[in-house]
Design a protein around this ligand. Structure first.
Ligand code: ATR
Length: 269
């Protein structure tokens, strides 16, 4: 692809960003749709200065990642309702110098789930109560899922459950309940600790839908056990690609080439 003065620039800002799969995913999407864009990764400590650069250089849009998703909100002109509810922004668009923030994480999770199951009316266990759980929780709540927040620490779990108007149960109680859908939002099972899982195997029952937001490894121990138990499984790449597809469509106005994006991520993993 030839870059010229008409090429639109996009970026990811985070610290660290060296492992981000967003550049490979978005650049393949630009290429396959013929959109004149380029997407670059910047390791950034000061997010306020990064946003000044966005305006100064006319960067068209950016992904915001760890540790800036909350702080970035202070420096935006506007934020979308979903992002405001979640209290975190992972996507910005620059429209003629006006910066608006969005959160595509929860939308990506809902899209990934919706490919395999109905959400409305289902009993859904969200394991974890951090930023990812919050994003996933608010968007699932909007779709009419009946959420129970399940977390190791009571304080954090109760706080998220309160914000979602849902139930909270400590992790140790998971065996006392029945769920249709179980979503792991904790880092448990991530490389290099791939032999662990967030709940005991005996609590995974045939017929459940089990989703893991961890995508490194692609098949986490939780997903392997769930598959063996006869569950429908959804890996973390699905959510990652769908949240990226939302960003792509917001920035370009073009339908995202989801399969191309997924292949790019799978090849890079
Ligand atoms: P993120 O923003 O990526 O969601 P986070 O805010 O650090 O990350 O939240 C991580 C979540 O995973 C927390 O809910 C944490 O539980 P605690 O509130 O008890 O800390 C959960 N978590 C992390 N490591 C865990 C582990 N080994 N076992 C169970 N839960 C864990």
């Amino acid at each position: 692809m030839i870059f010229d003065t008409n090429t639109s620039v996009y970026a990811v800002f985070g610290d660290p960003v060296s492992h981000s799969l967003s550049p490979v995913m978005h650049n393949r999407a630009f290429e396959s749709t013929g959109y004149k864009g380029v997407y670059l990764a910047f390791g950034v400590k000061n997010i306020k200065n990064a946003l000044i650069s966005v305006i100064t250089l006319g960067i068209k849009g950016a992904s915001i990642t760890i540790p800036h998703k909350m702080e970035v909100m202070k420096y935006l002109d506007k934020a979308d309702d979903v992002a405001l509810q979640i209290g975190a922004v992972n996507t910005i668009i620059n429209i003629d110098g006006c910066l608006k923030g969005y959160n595509s994480d929860g939308l990506g999770a809902v899209k990934a789930l919706s490919e395999k199951t109905v959400i409305k009316g289902k009993n859904i266990a969200i394991i974890g109560a951090g930023g990812a759980a919050r994003a996933v929780g608010f968007c699932i709540m909007k779709e009419g899922g009946r959420i129970t927040v399940i977390n190791r620490s009571t304080e954090k779990g109760e706080r998220l459950a309160g914000d979602l108007s849902s139930d909270f149960r400590p992790l140790n109680d998971i065996g006392k309940m029945k769920f249709d859908i179980l979503i792991n939002t904790t880092p448990v099972g991530m490389t290099p600790h791939t032999d662990v899982m967030p709940i005991e195997r005996r609590y995974i029952e045939k017929g459940m839908v089990v989703m893991d937001i961890v995508y490194n490894p692609l098949k986490t121990r939780l997903l392997k056990e769930a598959k063996m138990a006869g569950c429908v499984t959804i890996d973390g790449v699905s959510m990652f690609v769908h949240q990226g597809a939302f960003q792509f469509e917001l920035w370009t106005g073009i339908k995202a080439p989801v399969d191309v994006m997924k292949n790019a991520v799978m090849n890079a993993l």
